[in-house]
Design a protein around this ligand. Structure first.
Ligand code: ARG
Length: 191
């Protein structure tokens, strides 16, 4: 089981999603999106590789100038910030793939993960019915995208591309709610 904790900041609203694209554009890792199709950086220009001491550790997305969104567990480290770097815009990457997955109902996902971990409102599950398409180890921090908006961040799982366990993502809409909108509303309507 890979319980890879949770995810950092993210600042784009999620909208209605049915079909979700999971880009995967970084090389040199054992794990990469399973069952994906070849793609290129120009289709997913926001995709980056988050690197520690020069090696890929996670994916991430460019949110705006100087801000990259990734999973929090990707950067928990005793090493300082200068040990981390971002590789972006690489055009010649072998094995860049994106996989199309569907959001799995949270109750269904909770049943899958019963006895393993609770699937909270902070999380989203995505998969395809017969398995075979998913993110995998090394994909943490990668974006789950619908209609060009960031709706999830690859986080954790039990295995990859299985029929009995969906991939689990940080729920970005809820992240926004908690850390961006709620504080704004509280501040505005406080006392
Ligand atoms: N925790 C993993 C990592 O750090 C990501 C797992 C995503 N797995 C999945 N089956 N969707 O790379």
């Amino acid at each position: 089981m890979y319980l890879c904790a949770f995810v950092l900041l993210a600042l784009m609203a999620a909208s209605a999603y049915s079909s979700i694209i999971l880009p995967r554009l970084v090389p040199d890792l054992e794990g990469r999106a399973v069952g994906g199709e070849d793609t290129t950086i120009d289709k997913y220009p926001y995709q980056v590789s988050v690197r520690m001491l020069g090696s890929h550790i996670c994916g991430g997305s460019i949110y705006k100038s100087r801000v990259v969104v990734t999973a929090a567990h990707c950067i928990y480290s005793f090493l300082g910030a200068s040990s981390f770097s971002i590789q972006y815009g690489v055009t010649k990457v072998a094995g860049s793939t994106n996989a199309e997955v569907l959001i799995v109902d949270r109750n269904v996902c909770n049943r899958q993960y019963a006895g393993v971990n609770e699937i909270t409102d902070d999380m989203l599950c995505a998969a395809v019915e017969n398995g075979g398409k998913d993110a995998c180890q090394g994909d943490s921090g990668d974006p789950l995208v619908a209609n060009g908006e960031l709706v999830g961040i690859v986080s954790w799982d039990v295995g990859c591309a299985r029929t009995d366990y969906s991939g689990v993502y940080r729920n970005v809409a809820n992240l926004l709610m908690k850390f961006v909108w709620e504080p704004v509303v509280k501040e505005r309507f406080a006392g």
